[in-house]
Write a protein that binds this ligand. Structure first.
Ligand code: UDX
Length: 461
């Protein structure tokens, strides 16, 4: 049999979130036959009707072309998906429990389903975990669930790998197609080689593929995400220091720092803090994991503490410009945790909105993708349908997400609409000189004579 005849052609993906569906359409776009399996009948219907079940740039189009080419279809029955394919990627979510540790419920039940399907397979099958799990999970509970449900033995009867995913929301497809590196954690050499062959075929040459133990691969994902979180908290800490020194601008400082090749300029943008489904959750989970191993992880704790304080600090800057907040209108531009997504998970905007509502301000929010905040505690938020409606009659405006349309606003847009033109730039999208000369303007990380940064800092330190 030639290498080509032996090559993997049929792939199942269990889970159709950002990671699962992006992986599915990318394999399908390169000619692999992919079955995307989800427990949600709604999602199955939506995908088979050629649409993405959630907002992600380019995904709708990618789902449409993949379904039309016949290389992708969605399936409710996981066993069927596994049986008809040679490799299964497990991409279900690992949400956060109340105590900050990860909830493995979905990973384990998916592993059991995959295991049950394996009993009826006559050929070698490779199971690849892509979900973010703490070190020891794949060799421990995942392998146990697969073996118990199948009656088979990992390494002998089926393959087992860990292949962490590094895609970002908003650029999920590009990140999946062109990753900086590919990491393979392998239970045994045969499993690792099988996945390496598949991924070399998929990516071609030029993308480094690193092979290591399952545990090291699990740790790479946490180490990467917490390093990114730490870079952002570092930039935010520098911003808080810069704000106390008139004439200093953290964005200039970070530009100077980032050009050192040992550091690099990415993820050094000071702002309202990091949100989203990964950086906060993974940093908390690694903290908890380290604690359970007897290490207190002070750097990770500080990363989280700086991040929590940053969103509160932005709210305090707004309160300082308002004077008495009761009855005053605050306009929030942006709610999502970053542009090009409608995701609100751990968004700094929530902390800012909660603080302002709690202080008695009237809060209006406009976001191009988020129509409203449905969780409890935000009933008082008002959702105007345009930027100008949001700004109309406001006493303060806070930029909370750096959407492109906000970047095009000029000082006149604020001066003409607002009751008292005051802007807090928490995403550093405006030129401090241009805006500072025309209206009350405070930007994260820009040094000023005003006392507001000092008072606000003491309040929440
Ligand atoms: C992140 C990781 O980047 C990705 O590799 C991993 O697979 C999943 O988690 P994501 O959550 O989609 O991706 O968003 P990311 O672009 O990392 O941004 C996270 C948060 O950090 C956002 O709230 C963003 O506004 C903030 N951020 C990012 C900053 O405040 N400053 C920066 O310089 C960069």
């Amino acid at each position: 049999m030639t290498a080509h005849e032996n090559a993997v052609q049929r792939i199942s993906i269990v889970g159709t979130g950002y990671v699962g569906l992006s992986t599915a359409v990318c394999f399908a776009s390169r000619g692999y036959d992919v079955i995307a399996s989800t427990r949600s009948e709604d999602k199955v219907r939506t995908i088979n009707a050629k649409r993405a079940p959630f907002y992600e740039p380019g995904l709708d189009e990618a789902v449409r072309t993949s379904i039309e080419s016949g290389h992708l279809h969605a399936e409710i029955n996981r066993s069927e998906a596994v049986r008809q394919t040679e490799v299964t990627f497990l991409t279900v979510g690992t949400p956060e429990k109340a105590d900050g540790t990860i909830d493995l419920r979905y990973v384990i039940s998916a592993s059991e389903d995959i295991g049950r399907a394996l009993t009826r397979k006559k050929t070698y099958h490779l199971v690849v975990v892509k979900s973010t799990v703490t070190p020891g999970t794949v060799r421990g509970p995942v392998k146990a669930a697969l073996e118990e449900a199948s009656g088979l033995v990992a390494g002998r009867d089926f393959g087992l790998c860990m292949n962490p995913e590094f895609l970002r929301q908003g650029s999920a497809i590009r990140d999946t197609l062109y990753p900086d590196r590919v990491v393979i954690g392998e239970y045994d050499k045969r499993s690792g080689q099988r996945l390496a062959d598949l991924l070399e075929g998929f990516y071609g040459s030029g993308i480094p593929i690193l092979r290591m133990s399952l545990e090291s691969a699990e740790m790479v994902k946490y180490a990467s995400n917490t390093f990114l979180a730490m870079k952002i908290s570092y930039a935010n800490e520098m911003a808080r220091i810069c704000e106390r020194v008139p004439g200093v601008d953290v964005s200039k400082v970070m530009a100077g720092v980032g050009l050192d090749e040992r550091i690099n300029p990415k993820f050094l943008n000071a702002g309202a803090g990091f949100g989203g489904s990964c950086l906060p959750k993974d940093t908390k989970a690694l903290c908890k994991f380290a604690e359970a191993q007897g290490y207190s992880a002070p750097l990770l704790r500080a990363t989280l503490a700086v991040n929590q304080a940053q969103a509160s600090h932005v709210a305090q800057l707004a309160l300082a410009t308002l004077g008495e907040p009761r009855g005053k209108k605050v306009a929030l531009l942006g709610l999502s945790f970053k542009p090009d997504t409608d995701d609100l998970r751990e968004a700094p905007s929530l902390t800012v909105a909660r603080t302002l509502l709690g202080a008695g301000a009237r809060v209006s929010a406009f976001d191009p993708a988020v129509k409203q905040v449905s969780q409890p505690g935000f009933e008082g938020l008002d959702y105007p349908s345009s930027i100008s409606e949001c700004l109309a009659g406001a006493h303060c405006c806070i930029i909370l997400t750096e959407w492109e349309q906000f970047k095009r606003l000029t000082p006149d847009d604020f001066i003409q609409s607002m009751a008292t033109p005051a802007v807090i730039d928490a995403r550093r999208i405006f030129d401090p000189h241009e805006f500072g000369n025309r209206l009350t303007f405070l930007a994260v990380g820009v040094g000023r004579e005003l006392d507001v940064c000092r008072t606000s800092v003491r309040d929440n330190d």
